[in-house]
Design a binder for this molecule. Structure first.
Ligand code: HEC
Ligand code: HEC
Length: 247
């Protein structure tokens, strides 16, 4: 909770900085010599990303987990489990995930008419087609309020040791950064931007790493795609196995 407040405060500081330094399109048009206005970068994060994070924070604050639970029981439980702990290795567990991350994903699974979804998924894009932003916020608040089941380590000792080293320390040789620096030393993530990973099914995690690697999942502001350009296949398998056992 403390953490969420802190990051909220940081976002407002960024917003303030934006408001005072913003160059409007009108300013640019008035001055023929004006430089082309690029999307403004705030602390390395583009302004449109910051704006979306603020929209998400507001929707989450207004969300109603009880309404979310009703939709979840009817539509989502078959794949994600009644309490968001999925029993099927290809379907992610959602229990205890940060609501901001969940809402961002749901909004990005939804395709605008005639367009491909930002996070295009054969399974999920049809699931969210009929949901409003309020429904999605309610669902995100419901799953975030559920208790994640403790993880079970998958794989042999050598694989798990490699995964553990990589997760906490990265690999200096090929430049893979420590996952812990963004996803936290215990895998609980850093809300609102960095999702929790602890206990997630190894199959799901490995599949997401492959999707980032192939450029088929691109809703990460290039952060994960960049990490994946450096990782070997063995490292991907090892870290996915290690994450499943984190609790
Ligand atoms: C038929 C099975 C199925 C159903 C039903 C389903 N999902 Fe999913 N869900 C998936 C799969 C598969 C993925 C992984 C998608 C991918 O790899 O892009 C996923 C991913 C997600 C994610 C992203 C998780 C993450 O960690 O990034 C969220 C959030 C989610 N589903 C919520 C829901 C909600 C809410 C519903 C009900 C409205 C629902 N799902 C219904 C199969 C399903
Ligand atoms: C510089 C920060 C950063 C580092 C380092 C980082 N990640 Fe991430 N990761 C992110 C962000 C941001 C997202 C969320 C992208 C989004 O909004 O969809 C993410 C998402 C993910 C996801 C998708 C989660 C889901 O539920 O679908 C996985 C899996 C993941 N990271 C694994 C890793 C692993 C393994 C490492 C270490 C090898 C790592 N990350 C290092 C920032 C980072």
């Amino acid at each position: 909770m403390k953490m969420i407040k802190k990051s909220l405060a940081m976002v407002s500081v960024f917003a303030l900085a934006l408001a005072t330094t913003a160059i409007t399109a009108e300013d640019a048009l008035e001055n023929e010599n004006a430089e082309i206005v690029e999307p403004r970068i705030v602390d390395g994060v583009p302004a449109d990303v910051v704006a979306k994070e603020q929209e998400i924070e507001a929707a989450i604050a207004a969300g109603n987990p009880a309404s979310g639970q009703e939709i979840a029981a009817g539509v989502c439980a078959g794949c994600h489990g009644a309490d968001g702990n999925s029993m099927i290795p290809n379907f992610p567990s959602l229990a205890g995930q940060h609501p901001e991350y969940l809402l961002k994903q749901l909004m990005e699974f939804k395709a605008e008419e005639g367009e491909t979804a930002v996070r295009n998924s054969a399974a999920m894009t049809p699931m969210v087609a009929a949901l409003s932003k309020e429904d999605m916020a309610n669902l995100a608040d419901f799953y975030a309020s559920q208790k994640p089941a403790p993880g079970n380590a998958a794989g042999d000792k050598d694989l798990l040791t490699l995964g553990k080293i990589l997760y906490h320390g990265g690999n200096i040789e090929n430049g893979v950064p420590a996952c812990a620096s963004c996803h936290g030393p215990t895998g609980t993530g850093i809300p609102p931007r960095y999702p929790a990973l602890a206990g997630q099914h190894a199959d799901y995690t490995l599949n997401q790493l492959d999707l980032f690697n192939k450029g088929e999942r691109t809703n990460d502001n290039k952060v994960m795609q960049d990490v994946l350009t450096r990782m070997s296949g063995a490292e991907k398998r090892a870290v996915s196995a290690y994450i499943q056992g984190m609790r």
